[in-house]
Write a protein that binds this ligand. Structure first.
Ligand SMILES: [Zn+2]
Length: 254
């Protein structure tokens, strides 16, 4: 059945038709999804796991592919893009695939992840950061970045900050800065982190992938911050080489 469907997909080029056809029998679980992705050319993956972490869409490493459960109902071009994300030969090819993957709106049965709120005592810090965001925005981004809420997090212990993109379903974008980071490293470092997260915001708002790749490094140099992340959150350390992950969040880590 699956094979027949795939042949049908390959024979036609109209994406709307593909969607329609796939709606008939979307994969119901990780195993069926893996089967379908293999039909589409996935070769180097042995296992597939469905996740519910709303900040990571697709990641792979060590022969395992982890896909957000929201992709079970994704249209074929999106599933194809997942295959290209894993198997793509060129960077350009993989980048194009990433854009297709993140454009798919995730619908999860679970309620949205609850964000903690800025502690009352930290509101002043948050307001100061918002003022700096606006200053940096006109200084480095022609004032084109959107206003985003900046949360001061007391929960964030190992990470310094992060930028989280909004979702097509209406969850707002945000920047979060670690309170512990401010305590330990001081205001100057926090401003550095803020600018780092603003480069991610810029990536997001200009249609780039949120990562620490070449685009990030070039823009970071341009705005005068260190062109690296101490640890790329989206790539899990200690995993097999070639491990990659694609999500809507990037963080600057300690
Ligand atoms: Zn970062």
């Amino acid at each position: 059945m699956l094979r027949a469907l795939t042949r049908l997909f390959r024979a036609t080029c109209d994406p709307s038709q593909l969607d329609l056809a796939l709606d008939v029998t979307p994969p119901r679980d990780a195993e069926e999804l893996l089967g379908l992705l293999r039909e589409l050319g996935l070769a180097r993956i042995a296992r597939c796991r469905l996740t519910r972490n709303r900040n990571v869409m697709v990641s792979f490493g060590g022969g395992e592919l982890r896909v957000h459960e929201g992709y079970l109902t994704a249209p074929l071009p999106v599933l194809r893009a997942i295959v290209t994300f894993v198997e793509g030969r060129t960077r350009a090819e993989r980048r194009a695939a990433q854009r297709v993957i993140v454009s798919h709106p995730i619908r999860s049965a679970r309620p949205q992840e609850r964000r903690d709120r800025t502690h009352a005592d930290d509101v002043e810090i948050s307001e100061k950061l918002v003022a700096w965001h606006s200053r940096y925005n006109s200084r480095h981004f022609h004032g084109r970045l959107k206003h985003v809420p900046i949360r001061v997090s007391r929960r964030m212990k190992s990470r310094l900050g992060h930028y989280t993109a909004g979702t097509p379903l209406g969850e707002a974008a945000e920047i979060a800065i670690s309170r512990a980071h401010l305590r330990k490293h001081g205001w100057e470092e926090v401003l550095h982190t803020l600018l780092h997260e603003m480069v991610h915001q810029w990536q997001d708002e200009t249609g780039h992938t949120i990562d620490h790749g070449a685009t990030f490094r070039a823009k970071a140099r341009e705005v005068g911050i260190a062109p690296y992340a101490r640890r790329v959150l989206a790539t899990r350390p200690g995993r097999a080489e070639g491990s990659q992950s694609l999500g809507r969040r990037a963080a600057r880590d300690d």
